[in-house]
Design a protein around this ligand. Sequence first.
Ligand code: SAM
Length: 259
Amino acid sequence: MSTRASLLLLLVVSAACSRAAPPSDSAVSASASAPEAGAAGHATAASASAAPSAPSAAPSDAGSDARVGLDIIYVPTPQKVVDKMLEVAKVTKDDVVYDLGCGDGRIVVSAAKKIGARGLGFDLDPQRVKEANANVEAAKVGALVSIKQENVFSVDLSPATVVTLYLLPEINVKLIPQLEKMRPGSRIVSHDFDMQGAIPDGHWTVTAPEFVNGEGYSAWKGAKVPEDKKNYRERRHEIYLWTIPLKKAQPADAGAAKP
Ligand SMILES: C[S@@+](CC[C@H](N)C(=O)[O-])C[C@H]1O[C@@H](n2cnc3c(N)ncnc32)[C@H](O)[C@@H]1O
């Protein structure tokens, strides 16, 4: 992650933590798009910056975080970015896609519905598991996709051929030992955040809308995307791709693991 994005993350976290908690079924979000994944999709709100917004601790999801000990709150990936992630990872019907911290399941649901790939989504938050299961059902991909309530750090990744991430840079790094259990040729694709120490094979930027609320930061709306779209603004979303075996940066390059 760039220094700018890191700073932004810290700012968003600080701002969020200083506010009172809104209704429990809500969360700060970095992005928004009509949730193609199904009925349980949601509107979100955005940071005020064009730089990658960071999923962060936030007032709106504080209750949820406290209940299940989340490492990061829910921030959905816009469908346009989901589609690009699946494209750059070259997902086929023969792939097994794992989404670590799957939120409403839109990535694995999309991979199954559009490509016919099998998928497993993992999330610790029971609310997200419920929404993801509703989306699996709505998309009629139950034969291909399962959702599990499980900590990302305990998932055996060896059966996966593609892993998708929208977590945080330090979580990506912490997952490296698990990711390296995947077979050679397996791909890892991350929304917005890199993985320090591992050199990506590719880096793409996608411009997609995110919702900005009156306070100028991303917020969970707990509802479908508003029709008017007037509060949407475009921002750039970064996508990083790695292939197993990971190409490790030399210590001198470690801070700048660029493709
Ligand atoms: C930024 S959201 C990404 C959602 C989805 N992957 C997407 O891109 O739309 C991160 C998700 O990780 C989940 N999460 C946070 N910590 C977790 C953990 N330790 N194990 C499993 N899930 C976790 C949160 O509940 C949230 O749904």
